[in-house]
Design a protein around this ligand. Structure first.
Ligand SMILES: CC(=O)SCCNC(=O)CCNC(=O)[C@H](O)C(C)(C)COP(=O)(O)OP(=O)(O)OC[C@H]1O[C@@H](n2cnc3c(N)ncnc32)[C@H](O)[C@@H]1OP(=O)(O)O
Ligand SMILES: CC(C)C(=O)C(=O)O
Length: 553
């Protein structure tokens, strides 16, 4: 039964509430990013990564710029254990990268973990135990003091083994299931663990606060973090870290507010892969900083390639609307968005604008390895002339007069609406070709010859109903002469209103595109021609416009 009365709030407010974090505007300095793709991300995969895949993932994370990487839960499986050994035995960990391994606060698991990290140049031992009221009551069946003792005993053993084991070790403690834990109690456990480790500014420890299962609004989490930040012992010897999950869809807000509230380090995964609804997406966090003009200290300039590799390694598909990385996140299908984007891109080019402010596109897609041809505007029945003109211009160099563009827009939308699908740029060009370059159902241009008399004279060779015919005309200019020949011979009455032409390329051999608009009884009829010879392009454009007049008047 769908009954909200079955539920009640499960989070705890800190004993004293302060909201200093609210007064801060944005994140200007990148926190330390710790990737947990190989641990929390991996433990959520239906088929966890194998050793080769993990090694490839490790290299990918290093290449992106991560300096802290949680590589394994060594006691979980041979594969996890072997990954740590492979990295250490083969000196595969760059000097500026610290690996992290996680362990439950259980003796045999901690011992196994130290076997795995023996000889590590730098490694963080991440100790955790669950502290929530629900888990104390249901899972561990222990009192608060007994649960605290699990953490303290674990911290003691971790310290002892670190002293005995070859390698350089740092410590991290997480009160797992923190969202369901009384905040002052969680703080008390963290401080008790720190009392064992006695961290200093020279050898810091990490206290990592997770939203194991996110159960409150992000401002609650921020207030909890601010309380811990202000009341943690050994504060200058501690890096305060957060580990947001996304059960309520607020992982990014938790992380950003948490940093404003005093966290110096953020754990998460690429693309937000992780248990249930995932961990916080570090790409989103980093790119949110980047898009405000701050250096995130992670490089996603080839995000498409990163995504492809990641999807292969994890056998997981990235959602098409995933911020920054999804297939469709830079794409407008709707007309008014397309119009603004198209004008914004033009404005940017013409005015050499330095800072990015194109409407509807929060960051320059090119910065992430995307392109303007296929990523920004795509066409379906929701699209408009701005977008359709943009596709013709960016893909084919064709610029249409305003009113012709409008008509072409409706012609294209009609095709998409009737077929109920998106149209590719080739299909859009096909509509243009069919309607404006080749539309000659009544007569077709075969050839023409100009002669200069008192006026410009033309002999126009056409084909009509499979018969060759010749028309004569004269006028003040070449096009005028062709137009008069058509008007007189076919007894037509129209005004030549618009004549535009431009080159389709930069060199002198490039083709020209001519567009002609003629009016009859207040209605415009359009035609276009493309040829290396500008006159030929223009005559063809006029022939199409007149054909359309005959067909549609
Ligand atoms: C929120 C998180 O992501 S936490 C990380 C979770 N990740 C994983 O669990 C992935 C890897 N885990 C594993 O491979 C296995 O769980 C192992 C190898 C670590 C341990 O396996 P097992 O001992 O067979 O079982 P299991 O994990 O179910 O252990 C449960 C026991 O450990 C206790 N326990 C669980 N977590 C902890 C902890 N952090 N500290 C101390 N004890 C713990 C439980 O109370 C339970 O005790 P009981 O045996 O007295 O009932
Ligand atoms: C162990 C902790 C950090 C964790 O993964 C979680 O609580 O989600």
């Amino acid at each position: 039964m769908f009954n909200h009365q079955k539920y009640e709030k499960q989070y705890f407010l800190p004993p004293t509430l302060s909201y200093d974090w609210v007064k801060k505007e944005t994140i200007e300095k990148a926190p330390t990013w710790c990737s947990v793709d190989l641990r929390d991300g991996n433990q959520a995969l239906p088929i966890p990564m194998n050793l080769e895949e993990k090694l490839e993932m490790f290299q990918l994370l290093v290449d992106i710029g991560f300096k802290e990487i949680e590589v394994a839960f060594p006691a979980a499986s041979d594969t996890e254990f072997n990954l740590v050994r492979t990295l250490i035995d083969n000196n595969m960990i760059p000097d500026d990268v610290t690996i992290m391994v996680i362990t439950q606060a259980r003796e045999h698991i901690i011992r196994k973990t130290f076997e795995a990290v023996q000889g590590a140049p730098n490694a963080i031992i991440h100790l955790y135990n669950s502290t929530s009221e629900a888990q104390r009551r249901q899972v561990f069946k222990k009192t608060k003091d007994e649960i605290k003792q699990i953490a303290v005993d674990g911290a003691v053993l971790v310290k002892e083994l670190a002293e005995e084991t070859e390698g350089n070790f740092y410590f991290q403690y997480s009160p797992e299931s923190f969202p369901g834990t009384e905040v002052d109690y969680a703080l008390d456990i963290c401080n008790s663990v720190l009392d064992i480790w006695k961290p200093t500014p020279e050898h810091q420890a990490i206290i990592n606060i997770p939203t194991t299962v996110e159960n409150a609004m992000p401002h609650i989490f921020a207030s909890q973090i601010e309380y811990i930040h202000k009341n943690l012992s050994y504060r200058d010897g501690v890096r305060l870290s957060i580990h947001p999950h996304n059960d309520r869809g607020c992982g990014v807000s938790d992380a950003e507010f948490g940093v404003l509230a005093g966290a110096e380090r953020v754990e998460g995964t690429l693309f937000g892969i992780g248990e249930r609804t995932g961990n916080v997406d570090l790409i989103t966090l980093a790119m949110n900083m980047y898009s405000q003009g701050y250096d995130p200290k992670l490089n996603f300039s080839n995000l498409g390639a990163i995504r492809k590799q990641y999807e292969g390694l994890t056998r997981t598909a990235v959602y098409e609307r995933q911020p920054y990385s999804g297939d469709l996140v830079f794409t407008a299908f709707s007309g008014s968005h397309q119009d603004a984007i198209s004008k914004g891109m033009k404005y940017r080019k013409e005015n050499q604008v330095e800072k990015w402010d194109v409407p509807y596109i929060p960051v320059d897609p090119m910065d992430l390895g995307r392109n303007y041809q296929t990523d920004v505007i795509r066409i379906n029945s929701q699209s408009g002339k701005g977008g359709i003109g943009y596709i013709l211009e960016t893909n084919y160099g064709i610029k249409l007069p305003y009113k012709m563009n409008e008509e072409m827009g409706y012609a294209t939308k009609r095709v998409s609406d009737q077929t109920n699908r998106e149209l590719s740029s080739e299909e859009i060009y096909h509509v243009f070709k069919e309607q404006y370059l080749d539309y000659c159902p009544h007569f077709q241009l075969v050839d023409y010859r100009f002669e200069k008399g008192e006026q410009q004279e033309v002999t126009l060779k056409l084909k009509q109903a499979e018969q060759n015919i010749e028309l004569q005309g004269e006028g003040t200019g070449s096009l005028d002469a062709v137009s008069n020949a058509l008007k007189t011979s076919f007894k037509l009455d129209y005004e030549l209103e618009v004549y535009e032409q431009h080159s389709l390329g930069k060199d002198s051999l490039a083709e020209s595109c001519a567009q002609i608009g003629i009016s009859h009884n207040g209605q415009m009829y359009w035609g276009a021609g493309i040829d290396e010879d500008i006159m030929k392009a223009s005559v063809q454009a006029l022939v199409v416009a007149v054909n359309r007049l005959v067909a549609f008047k």
